[in-house]
Design a protein around this ligand. Structure first.
Ligand code: MOS
Length: 754
């Protein structure tokens, strides 16, 4: 079962009328719990072969030999793909044709640039044979010393951070602001390298049909993947059909097609049969992106009354030796707090790692942890409650740009979150609260922020003679619920109930939905769907209002509204007729229209657009063992219009959990000598489980934004992680009186210090 083929699945509790705003359950839920959802690796076309990567065990150097003969002699092995026989590409995979064309490793040479880099692909009749064949390759290397850790190389100023953000932004005179301050904080925070670790590993089933290519592979951006594959393979992107109905998570790592996926395509070309390539968990620690470690120095100045005089946020981050993605860690300071002087600057080092990539609020997650920690330290220096300090420095306009916010209900987030959490009972000094077991209890707050972005999307809407509708868009449901929420927008756009609508998604032969990233998918694809629906309705209205036989004759386009499968007069909703009647009389089988979702340049120029939130955390710390348990987290978020409160809340809770793990759990540890990740598995790379977050609440604060897009949607995918990590870190300080500035916070940080 896949969304593009399935009839509309109707949750039992669909109410008639507006679908937007209903807390529907996910339409994919039943498919997933009953095993009907077909993920990429679940596809088994006839004649399928299995491919397994052989990966480098060194981080820098050269492969000097591979025992290809031994692997090929293994029963079941069909072929071994190495740089010697890999099918040619039309474009150098190291060519940078656009900022989203990341350099990839597809056996273009014997060079090794990071541990776990693919160095060969073994293709066999079974997964077992391919795995055994790969183990027989016995690679030899010429090893060069690996550059590991943020101090491994000389730093330089990157030309840009993120995708085209300026690496240095200066507003006002930071040094003067610091000099004039009564209270100063100068603190350096370190965050660890992190890996996306989506539940579903990157997987691809590739089938060539002449010069056409059919791919089952998880994607957060099918059109970008088609374009990238097309240029690499030298074929037209429309010859590439990507099917991506379900993703088992992505977190940014499936935003771009990566090296192992391309190797699956090339393996299928080499052997002339369909090939499946699924990454093993440990192979995901290298070729498919990660979050750079960071070292961030925050210098804050505050006047005697607690008003900030300066924010200086400097971040050192890493990229690979061969590509240029730099997490914009300092950019969070552009937005959050009013200050007459703000500087954000980045420096970078090159390490022998795979190239970092967008991961779970790239920039804001990492930067807000440092900023929110420093803000807490500044509040303490000023003798102020941390929430009062944040309210005192509330940004009424975006500080660095001076633009008004398109909407900003952060004050309400602070108020509602604090009320729910019980913040007013918080003692100002640390180490004042204990629970019944004698554990130290601490409360911390963090501010959440994430930009309200939009990319570009197109959708197609059809109303057919029986009065039902179809909406098509190649959107991406990576588990966040896009398939459900976008269908809700589609139903409203066509004035139909959900059970009258067929919603097709998850395939590249549908209109391009843009990338499911940057928390922008609902805003972008949703706007396209809304506009396509409106355009289809306008065509129906044109038919009716110009036909003397219609009760709507002469009402004019603007005088008609669509509701429950009917057009009715705006001034008299008893007068109208059904879509089926309008089409029947016109003798038409259907009307169809397309719509786009693109940012409004005027609104973009005039307003700063961000979602906001406030997160409150309680931790309990064993005073003897230093063990930290998060006991409660309450977040309150304002993100414009909420399409589906159940799914939005799920997104926010998920983000908050990642915030907890940012502060306390996640850390990829690179071996200093070899550059290999020592904990490249889910046993030793810690992600939070239920027991790590006993009580979690996400409140949604009402916010109407007339500027962001037609529906007022801001996005909820990533904001939950921002602010949450800082809230946890600040709670640890409040519990213990120990300020830990290296993340994740470890037991020994507290035991040694207290
Ligand atoms: Mo996200 S890191 O934009 O998938």
């Amino acid at each position: 079962m896949s969304p593009e083929l399935s009839p509309t699945h109707n949750p039992a509790h669909v109410r008639h009328g507006s679908s937007i705003g209903q807390p529907l359950t996910r339409r994919d839920g039943v498919f997933k719990v009953t095993g009907q959802a077909r993920f990429a690796a679940d596809n088994h076309p006839a004649g399928l072969l299995h491919a397994v990567l052989a990966v480098s065990s060194i981080a820098r150097g050269r492969v000097t030999s591979l025992d290809v003969a031994a692997a090929k002699a293994h029963p079941g092995v069909v072929e071994v793909m190495t740089p010697a026989n890999r099918p040619p590409l039309a474009l150098d995979p190291d060519a940078k044709t656009n900022p989203f064309a990341f350099r990839i490793d597809v056996l273009q040479s014997d060079r090794v640039r990071y541990a776990n880099q693919p160095i060969a692909v073994v293709i066999a009749e079974s997964l077992e044979a391919a795995t055994e064949g790969a183990a027989l390759l016995a690679p030899h290397y010429e090893t060069e010393p690996a550059r590991v850790g943020l101090d491994a190389g000389d730093s330089f100023a990157p030309a840009a951070v993120g995708v085209g953000n300026p690496a240095q932004v200066r507003h006002g005179d930071v040094e003067a602001g610091l000099a004039a301050a009564t209270h100063r904080v100068d603190a350096t925070y370190e965050t660890a390298a992190q890996y996306h670790n989506a539940m579903e590993p990157h997987a691809i089933v590739a089938q060539w049909d002449g010069d056409r290519l059919i791919l089952d592979t998880p994607s957060q951006g099918m059109a970008i993947a088609q374009g990238r594959l097309g240029e690499l393979l030298g074929i037209s992107p429309d010859k590439i059909h990507i099917r991506s109905p379900f993703l088992g998570g992505g977190f940014g790592s499936k935003g771009l097609i990566n090296g192992p996926q391309v190797l699956g395509v090339l393996a299928a070309r080499l052997v002339g049969r369909p090939v499946k390539l699924v990454l093993r968990r440990e192979h995901m620690y290298g070729p498919v992106g990660h979050r750079s470690p960071s070292r961030q120095r925050l210098r804050l100045g505050a006047a005697g009354d607690g008003l900030l005089t300066a924010i200086d946020h400097h971040a050192r981050i890493a990229s690979s030796s061969f590509d240029d993605f730099y997490e914009p860690a300092a950019d969070a300071s552009h937005t959050l707090y009013a200050s007459p002087a703000i500087a954000t600057t980045h420096e970078a080092v090159r390490l022998d790692t795979g190239t970092p990539l967008f991961m779970r609020a790239p920039g804001e997650a990492t930067g807000s942890l440092a900023l929110e920690s420093a803000i807490d330290e500044a509040a303490h220096a000023c003798g102020l409650d941390p929430l009062a300090f944040r309210l005192k420095n509330y940004a009424e306009v975006e500080p660095t740009s001076g633009k008004p916010f398109s909407s900003k209900a952060l004050r309400e987030c602070y108020a509602q979150g604090a009320e729910r959490f019980g913040w007013s009972r918080r003692p100002l000094a640390p180490r004042q609260m204990r629970d019944d077991h004698g554990f130290l209890v601490g409360w911390g707050v963090g501010t959440a922020t994430f930009p309200a972005l939009m990319f570009a999307a197109e959708a197609r809407a059809v109303i057919t003679a029986d009065g039902s509708g179809t909406v098509e868009i190649g959107a991406h449901d990576m588990g966040q619920g896009a398939w459900t929420a976008l269908a809700q927008i589609a139903a409203d756009g066509l004035g139909l109930d959900l059970d009258q609508l067929t919603f097709k998604s998850g395939s590249s032969d549908l209109p391009d939905a843009g990338i499911a990233g940057g928390s922008a998918h609902t805003a972008t694809a949703g706007t396209a769907i809304h506009n396509a629906g409106a355009a289809a309705i306008a065509k129906l209205a044109e038919l009716a209002t110009t036909d003397a036989r219609s009760p709507l004759y002469g009402a004019g386009n603007a005088g008609v509204i669509a509701r429950d499968g009917r057009l009715v007069r705006r001034d008299d909703d008893q007068r109208g007729e059904s879509y089926a009647d309008i089409l029947g009389r016109a003798g038409l089988a259907q009307v169809e229209a397309r719509g786009t979702g693109v940012p409004d340049p005027a609104a973009q120029a005039n307003y700063a657009m961000h979602a906001h939130g406030a997160v409150f955390a309680e931790v309990k710390v064993d005073p003897e063992l230093g063990q930290i348990r998060v006991s409660r987290v309450v977040g309150a978020f304002a993100a414009g219009r909420v399409i589906n409160p159940r799914l939005a809340q799920s997104q926010l809770l998920g983000g908050m959990i990642w915030g907890v793990s940012f502060a306390l759990h996640e850390e990829a540890i690179a071996d200093r000598r070899s550059g290999r990740i020592l904990n490249a598995n889910l046993g030793e790379y810690h992600v939070p489980v239920n027991a790590d977050v006993p009580s979690l609440e996400a409140l949604m604060v009402e916010e109407h934004d007339p500027h962001v897009n037609a529906l007022g949607i801001k996005g909820v995918g990533e904001i939950g992680i921002t602010g949450s990590a800082g809230a946890v870190a600040n709670a640890v300080w409040h519990a213990t009186g120990v300020r830990v500035r290296r993340f994740p916070i470890r037991i020994d940080d507290l035991v040694v210090a207290s």
